[in-house]
Every structure is written in C-alpha cells, then in structure tokens.
Design a protein around this ligand. Structure first.
Ligand SMILES: [Zn+2]
Length: 91
C-alpha cells in the first residue's frame, strides 16, 4: 500500500488542533465538509512523502523530519483551520 506520511500526520494531529482552536473560536464550523476542506488545505501546504507499507500495516511512527518537521505540520494545519473557519465554502 502506498501511504503519504503527510496524510498520516494530519489525520493524527487534526482533531486535537481543531479542539484547541475551538477554545478560542467556538463558532468555527466543524461539519464534515469544513473538516475535509481544512485537511485538504493543510495537505497542500505540507510536502508529501510517500512510503510503501505492508497491506493493513499501520504507520505508528510518523517521520516528521521527512515532511518538513512537526512545527511546520502544526502550523499548516492551524492556518488551514483558520482559513476555512473564516470563510466556509457552504456559507
Ligand atoms: Zn461547515
């Protein structure tokens, strides 16, 4: 299976960062579409790094150094949450 580390990292960190953001901006929409938009936008700003895994294997350790570093990934996700949160597509 081909996996993108960046996607694994976003899946892993997104919910926690969104929850943090909601403490400051409780009005942020968290519907399915907005969450997908936020993840897609974040991924467009994180360099991809593809790896091949055994079928069904779960990547436990994300190599953050391969995708720009954890701080970069965190900031890409937070920026995406703010951007989509400020102007959701469905409003
Ligand atoms: Zn929404």
């Amino acid at each position: 299976m081909i996996k993108n580390y960046a996607e694994v990292a976003v899946e892993e960190m997104f919910d926690r960062l969104l929850k943090e953001h909601l403490k400051k901006e409780p009005d942020t929409c968290t519907c399915e579409q907005c969450r997908e938009d936020m993840k897609a936008l974040a991924l467009n700003n994180i360099p991809p790094h593809y790896v091949v895994t055994e079928k069904g294997a779960i990547l436990k350790q994300v190599g953050f150094d391969l995708i720009g570093g954890k701080a970069q990934v965190t900031s890409a996700i937070l920026t995406a949450i703010q951007t989509v949160g400020a102007s959701p597509r469905h409003r």
